[in-house]
Design a protein around this ligand. Structure first.
Ligand code: ADP
Ligand code: MG
Length: 746
C-alpha cells in the first residue's frame, strides 16, 4: 500500500494551488478527498438571484444575458459589464482593466445564452446587486472536445464549501487531479469487506468518485449514503473499543449492606421525608446492582430537570461508603459544588456529622474542595479525603489536582458536566486502587441516537418523571421593545415577591462594555457563543442585555421600588457568589439578576418567576435548563422570554417552541434540527469544520443504529482490530484531539 493519501497537496498540485486550500485546513490528499460537496448544482436550473444578500460571499448558477466592453472616459482604462439572469432577476458582473484587450477574453466566454457558475461577494452599485471581478465557470466550455462538453454540461456540478481564494470549481479541479490517478490499493477501506458485502456497498474509492464526480443524482446520493454509513461505523467502532477496554478493567465490588448490619443508606432511607418516585427506585436498583460488580459501572443518568437526580446520586454514594469506600462528586462550577455540599449535608443531617457533637453513631462527613478555599479549610478537606474521614468529597475540577488523595475512592459522580473527558477520568482513576465506578448525570435530555453517538461508551438510565406535587411552568414570549409588556412583567415580579417568592432575571453577559464575546465569562455559555458565531439567522444584532446594566435599571423601575435586587455572575469572588445565592435563597434579596451561572442545578424552591433577556439568542436546551430553575416548589412557575427575533425566523421558532412545550426531549430534538439547517445558497459558504461531515445525529438514527450493530460485532470478534488495519487507522485518524473532545463531552 502506497501512502498517496497522506501526500501533501503542495507536492501534488503545486504550491500555488495548494496555498488557498491550506488556509481552509485542507493540506493532504486525504483532507481534500474528505472535503465533500455541500450540494450539487443542476446545470439546467438557475439560482434565485432575488435571494442574494449584500455582503455575502455566494456562488450562483445563472444564464448570461449580455456582456459588453467599453472604454471609460472619466477614469481611463476599460470596463466589461455583463448581466446574468435567473429569468426574472438580474445580477451585474463588472471587470476593470487598463486596456480593453485584456477583457476580450472574458467577453468571449461570457456569451449570451451560456450557463455559468459565478462567485464573489455581493456588492451594491446604485441599487443594483453586482459582483466585481467574480470568479466564474461556464458550463460545458472548459472541456477538451465537444462530446465531453455535452456530457459535462449535463452532469451535476459539485458545489464545495469554498473561500474567495479557493472558489468551488478550483476545488473541483483540484479534487479531480488527485482523485483520477488513485487506484483501489491507494484507498484503504475502514469498513470490513464482510460488512460491505452485507449491505451491498462498493469500495471507498468508488464512493469518493460518486460524490466528487457524479454523472447523475442517483450516483452522488449513493456515494453520500455510503460515506455517511462509514462515518457512523468508524465512530461506533471507536466507542465499541472504548466500551470493551473499560469492561476489561477491574473495579472493587461495593454491594449494598445486608439486613443484620444496616448502614448509612438504610438510615437515610428510613429518615427520607418523601417517597421515592418509581423512576428513582428503578434507577436506584440498577445502580445498586452495577456497584456490586467487579467491573466499573459506566452509566449516564439523564434526568428531566427537577426529577430528583441528587437523591439518586446520594443513595449510590451511601452504598459505596457503607461498603468502606469513598465517593467524589464533581460539579462544573464553584456555586454548584458549594450548593451540592450544602444540599447533601442537609439531606444527611446527623448522618454527615461524624466526629461532631450530635453526629449519628454510624456517620460520615461531606468535604467540600474548590479552588478558592482558604488554606486552613483546604488543608482540612484534603486531610478528610486522604484519611477517609470524609466518605463524600464534593468539588470542582480542583478534585483532579495532584495534592488530592483519597483513602479508597470507589465512585465518581459527574454532575451537569460538559467537559469531563478521558483525561479527567484517568486523573481520578489514578487516585484509586481500582477503576472507580462512574456515574455521569445530565439534565439535558439527549435524544437516543445522540446518546449513542456522544455517550456511546456509557449505558443509559432515564428519569423522566418529576415528583408529584410540582406545578407546571407557564412560558410567555415577551417582545423586547414593548413598554406595556415590560411594565406588566415587572408588575408580576412585584406580586410574586410580595407573596414571599423570588425571581431570576437572566442576561447573556456581565457588563455592557464587553464585546459580545461571552467566553470572557468563566462559566461559559457554549450554546450562546455557537449561535452567535454561526450568524444565527433571524436573531437580532442588537447588543445583548447585561447583568450590571439591568440590575442598575431595576433600581429605577417604579413597580420594584423597595424590592432588593442582587447580582450573580462569573466575575464575582466565590465568597460574593455564595453570599448572593444565600441572600436570594433566604429571601433577603428576592430578585437576582444573573448570567447563565444559574443554568444548572441551582435549587431555590421559592423561585417562581424567571425573565430571560435576549432569549432568542440562546439554544433551546439552555433555555430548558434555565426554565428548570423555577416551579420547583408547590407554587406555579412563570417564565418570561424576552425576544427580539423577527417573526418566522429560526430564532423566533426557538422561543415559540419553548412556550409550547416543556418536554425536554422534544426541545432537544428541535434544537438539533434547527442547528443543522442553514444550507441555503448564499449562506456563508466557508466550511465550518465539524468532525461529523455527513452524519446528522437526529435525522440519521437508522444509520447510527445500524452502524452500532455492525461495529459491535466487528470489535467483539477482533477487539484490538489487528485484522482490520484500515479501520484501526481510520479511528486513529478521525479521533483527532477535537474529535476526542467532542466524544468526551460527558
Ligand atoms: P435535579 O434532577 O434537577 O437535579 P434535584 O435532585 O435537585 O433535581 O431535585 C429537585 C427537588 O426535588 C429537590 O428539592 C429534592 O429534594 C426534591 N425531590 C427529589 N426527589 C423527590 C421525591 N421523590 N419526592 C418529592 N421531592 C423530591
Ligand atoms: Mg441537580
Amino acid at each position: 500500500m502506497t501512502d498517496r493519501l497522506t501526500e501533501p497537496l503542495s507536492a501534488v498540485l503545486g504550491a500555488r494551488s495548494a496555498a488557498p486550500l491550506a488556509k481552509m485546513g485542507i493540506e493532504t490528499v486525504s483532507d481534500l478527498l474528505g472535503h465533500y460537496p455541500r450540494r450539487y448544482g443542476d446545470p439546467g436550473r438557475v439560482s434565485d438571484l432575488a435571494a442574494l444578500a449584500i455582503g455575502e460571499h455566494v456562488t450562483v448558477m445563472a444564464r448570461v444575458a449580455r456582456a459588453t466592453v467599453r472604454q471609460m472616459r472619466s477614469r481611463g482604462g476599460a470596463m466589461l459589464q455583463a448581466v446574468v439572469t435567473d429569468g426574472t432577476h438580474n445580477l451585474s458582473l463588472t471587470f476593470f482593466a487598463k486596456r480593453a484587450g485584456v477583457l476580450r477574453h472574458h467577453e468571449d466566454r461570457l456569451r449570451p445564452g451560456r450557463m455559468g457558475l459565478f462567485t464573489g461577494v455581493v456588492g451594491d452599485y446604485r441599487g443594483e446587486r453586482q459582483l466585481t471581478h467574480p470568479d466564474y465557470l461556464i458550463v460545458g466550455v472548459d472541456a477538451d472536445d465537444e462530446e465531453s462538453a455535452l456530457v459535462e454540461a449535463t452532469r451535476p456540478i459539485p458545489i464545495y464549501p469554498a473561500s474567495a481564494s479557493a472558489p468551488s470549481w478550483r476545488i473541483q479541479r483540484a479534487v479531480r487531479t488527485v482523485l483520477d490517478p488513485l487506484t483501489e490499493d491507494d484507498v484503504p477501506d475502514p469498513v470490513p469487506q464482510g460488512v460491505r458485502h452485507g449491505h451491498g456497498w462498493g469500495s471507498r474509492l468508488e464512493a469518493l468518485r460518486d460524490v466528487h464526480e457524479p454523472y447523475d443524482e442517483r450516483q452522488w446520493r449513493r456515494g453520500r449514503d455510503r460515506l455517511r454509513h462509514e462515518e457512523a461505523f468508524v465512530l461506533q467502532a471507536a466507542l465499541a473499543q472504548r466500551r470493551a477496554a473499560t469492561a476489561a478493567e477491574e473495579a472493587t465490588s461495593r454491594p449494598p449492606r445486608g439486613g443484620e448490619a444496616p448502614g448509612l443508606l438504610a438510615a437515610f432511607d428510613a429518615a427520607l421525608p418523601f417517597v421515592l418516585t418509581a423512576g428513582q427506585q428503578e434507577v436506584g436498583a440498577q445502580i445498586a446492582e452495577d456497584l456490586a460488580r467487579h467491573r466499573p459501572m459506566q452509566r449516564l443518568l439523564q434526568g428531566e430537570v427537577g426529577s430528583g437526580k441528587t437523591v439518586v446520586a446520594l443513595r449510590a454514594m451511601l452504598q459505596v461508603v457503607d461498603a468502606g469506600g469513598q465517593a467524589a462528586l464533581l460539579a462544573p462550577t464553584e456555586v454548584l459544588a458549594a450548593q451540592h455540599a450544602r444540599t447533601l449535608r442537609g439531606l444527611l443531617g446527623p448522618l454527615a456529622e461524624a466526629g461532631m457533637l450530635g453526629g449519628a453513631e454510624s456517620s460520615t462527613r461531606v468535604a467540600l474542595l474548590t479552588g478558592s478555599l482558604g488554606a486552613a479549610a483546604r488543608k482540612e478537606a484534603l486531610l478528610d479525603a486522604a484519611s477517609g474521614a470524609a466518605g463524600i468529597v464534593v468539588g470542582t475540577h480542583a478534585l483532579l489536582g495532584d495534592q488530592v488523595r483519597f483513602a479508597d475512592l470507589g465512585l465518581v459522580i459527574v454532575d451537569e458536566q460538559h467537559r469531563f473527558g478521558v483525561e479527567q477520568r484517568d486523573a481520578l482513576r489514578a487516585k484509586a486502587r481500582t477503576t472507580p465506578h462512574l456515574l455521569v448525570m445530565t439534565a439535558t435530555p439527549i435524544p437516543r441516537t445522540v446518546a449513542m453517538t456522544v455517550f456511546g461508551d456509557l449505558e443509559t438510565s432515564i428519569l423522566s418523571e418529576v415528583p408529584a406535587g410540582r406545578s407546571p411552568v407557564t412560558t410567555v414570549v415577551v417582545p423586547a421593545a414593548n413598554e406595556t409588556w415590560t411594565a406588566r412583567m415587572w408588575g408580576r415580579i412585584r406580586e410574586e415577591v410580595e407573596a414571599g417568592r423570588r425571581a431570576y432575571v437572566v442576561c447573556a453577559r456581565i457588563d455592557p462594555d464587553e464585546s459580545a464575546d461571552v467566553t470572557a465569562e468563566p462559566e461559559g455559555d457554549v450554546d450562546l457563543v455557537d449561535l452567535l458565531e454561526a450568524g444565527d439567522p433571524g436573531a437580532s444584532a442588537a447588543p445583548l442585555r447585561a447583568v450590571v446594566e439591568v440590575a442598575a435599571e431595576l433600581e429605577h423601575v417604579p413597580a420594584l421600588a423597595g424590592v432588593g435586587v442582587g447580582m450573580l455572575h462569573g466575575r464575582m469572588s466565590p465568597a460574593e457568589k455564595d453570599r448572593a445565592m444565600a441572600d436570594f435563597a433566604s429571601g433577603a434579596v428576592p430578585v437576582l439578576v444573573s448570567t447563565t451561572v444559574v443554568e444548572v442545578g441551582v435549587d431555590v424552591p421559592a423561585a417562581t418567576v424567571m425573565v430571560v433577556f435576549d432569549a432568542d439568542r440562546f439554544g433551546l436546551s439552555q433555555l430548558h435548563q434555565l426554565r428548570g430553575r423555577v416551579g420547583r416548589g408547590s407554587d406555579p412557575g412563570l417564565c418570561l422570554l424576552v425576544s427580539t427575533a423577527r417573526p418566522g425566523t429560526p430564532a423566533a421558532v426557538r422561543v415559540e417552541t419553548m412556550a409550547e412545550t416543556t418536554d425536554g426531549f422534544r426541545l432537544a430534538s428541535v434544537d438539533l434540527e434547527l442547528r443543522s439547517e442553514g444550507d441555503v445558497l448564499g449562506a456563508a459558504q466557508s466550511g465550518r469544520g465539524s468532525s461529523l461531515k455527513l452524519l446528522r445525529v437526529v435525522k440519521d438514527a437508522p444509520v447510527i443504529e445500524q452502524a452500532r450493530r455492525d461495529a459491535s460485532a466487528v470489535v467483539e470478534e477482533d477487539p484490538t482490530l489487528a485484522r482490520h488495519p484500515g479501520l484501526a487507522a481510520a479511528i486513529a485518524q478521525q479521533l483527532d484531539p477535537q474529535r476526542e473532545e467532542f466524544l468526551d463531552r460527558a
